[in-house]
Design a protein around this ligand. Sequence first.
Ligand code: IMP
Length: 520
Amino acid sequence: MAATRNSGFDDPFYQPADKFFPANNNIGLTFDDITLATLYSEILPRDTQLDTTLADGLHLNIPVISSDMDTVTESRMAIAMALNGGLGLIHYNLPEREQLSQVSRVKNHVHGLIQEPIQVSPDQFIGDVLAMIEQKKFGFSTFPVVDEKGKLVGLLPGHVVKPRYAKRKISEALQPRAQVHTINQKELSKDPIARADKFFTEHLGIHKLLVVDDKDHLRGLITLNDVEHITQERAAQFKPARDSHFRLVCGAAVSATRNAFGELDKKRILEHVGGLVERGVDVVAVSTAHGHTKGVGDMVRVLRDAFPKLPLIAGNVTSAAGVEFLADCGADAIKVGQGPGSICTTRIVAGVGIPQMTALYVCARAAAKKKVTILADGGITKSGDIVKALTLSEAVICGGIFAGCNEAPGDVVEISGKLYKQYRGMGSFAAMKAGSAARYGHDKNPAQKVAPEGVEALKEACGSVDRVLAQLIGGIQSGMGYLGAANLAQLRGKARYIRVSPAGMREAAPHDVVELKTGN
Ligand code: IMP
C-alpha cells in the first residue's frame, strides 16, 4: 500500500506547534519567518469548509473579520462582510447614536421578512418622505402607509416619491388598502421565504407583500428582490452569516468611556451597549491597544454582568496571562496582536509588541485551557498569512486588506493616474483627535502631549469586498487542500511548521522573472 502517513524522516524537520514554538522560544516569529509543510491529502480545496464558532451564538461561515477602524468598517463594509459569510466590527470613532444606526442598517439589510418596516402616515407630505430618504440614506422609496393606530391604509409606491410631487400629501398619492397585496401573519409558515416565493410566482409583476394581523395592523414586509437574493444564496458554498432571525450578523466596537473623575462611566456604557443589543448587535468588542489592564478587565466585567448572553470580544493581548485575565473577566474571544498592523508604529514608538505567530501560539495555549477563542488581529497581507494564522486561531481580523475596497468609508483619490483610499491607524494623531484616543490610553485633547502609535496612509483602490474575499478564500482553501484539512479544526490539528531563511523567503516570492501580471 502506498504511504499515506508521515514518514519518520519528516518529523525532525516539520514539527507540530507544540514542538516547533517551544523549540524556537528565544525568538519572536511572524508569518514570513515560517512556512507550513504539506501533508497527504484526499481533500480538494473547493470541498473545504471554512465555518467557525467564535462564541456561543456567534457562528461565521468564513473566518474573516473586518477591523473596527474608521477607515475600514462602517455599515457598508459590515454588510459586505456578512453577505460573504464573515463579520464586520463597526468602529467607535463616531457619535454613539450614529453607531446605533449603522448597526440597524446592517441588521435591516435583506433578511426576508422585515419585521419593522419603515412606515409613513397619510398626513405626511411626499417632501417629508424625500427628506427622510436623504437623511437616513435609504436605498428604497416604497413605504407602507399606516394610521396612528398602526392599521394599514395603503402603500406609497416608489414611482410617486419624486421632488415634483413634494407638496402632495401621501393620502392623495397612496395605493389604497383594497389594492395592496397582503398576507395574514398566521399564513406564514415556518419558512416565510418559501411562502412568499410562491406568492410572487402566482402574482405576476407584484414586488411587495405586506404582512398583517387579524386587526389589519402592519406586521411586516417581504420584497421580491429579497426573496430572490435569499433563494440564490441558499445555493452558494459560503452562505451569508445570519442570526437566528435571518438577519445579517454585525459587531460593534466600544471604548472604555471614562467620566470626569477618570472612572469607567458605567451608566453611559451600559446605555450605549443596551442600545446596540436592542438593535440586534451580535457581538461587542472592547477594543484597546493594551487589553491586559484593570480598565479593560473592569469594562469586560461590567458588560458580562449586564449582558450574560452577549458574545464579547476583548483585547489586544500577546501573552497567555493576558488571555487568561480577559477570559476570567468574561470575554469569549480574545484579540491577539500588538504591533503587527500595517499602519502600526507601536513597536517603534513604545518598543513593545510580539511578532504575530509567536504571540498566537502562546495565546492559543492559554485560550485552549480557558475555552475561549483567539482572533489573529493585524499584519495580514496575503492569503498565505491567513492560513498560517488559522493554524493557531479561530478567525483573523484584517484592516489594510479591506481599506482600499469600495465598501470602506472615504473617497477614492487620484494621484498620478492611480486610485487610492485613505487608511489610518486608530492610534494615528488624526484618528485619536476624532475620538479613538482612549484606545491608546490618551486624552482626546490635542493640547496634551501624545505619541501617536499609528500612521495615516493610502491604500490602492482594489474594487469590491466580494472580489478581495474571493481571492483570500481561494488561498485559504488551497492551503487547506495542501494540508489535507477538510475544515478549520483539522487545519489547527494538522499544521507542521519550519523556519524560513532570508534566502527561502526570497525564493517564496516570484523571482528571476519580469512579472507581467501580479498574482492578485
Ligand atoms: P492590518 O490588517 O495589518 O492593517 O492591521 C489592522 C489592525 O491594526 C487593527 O485591527 C488593530 O488591531 C491594529 N491597529 C489599528 N490602528 C492601529 C494603530 O494606530 N496603531 C497600532 N495598531 C493599530
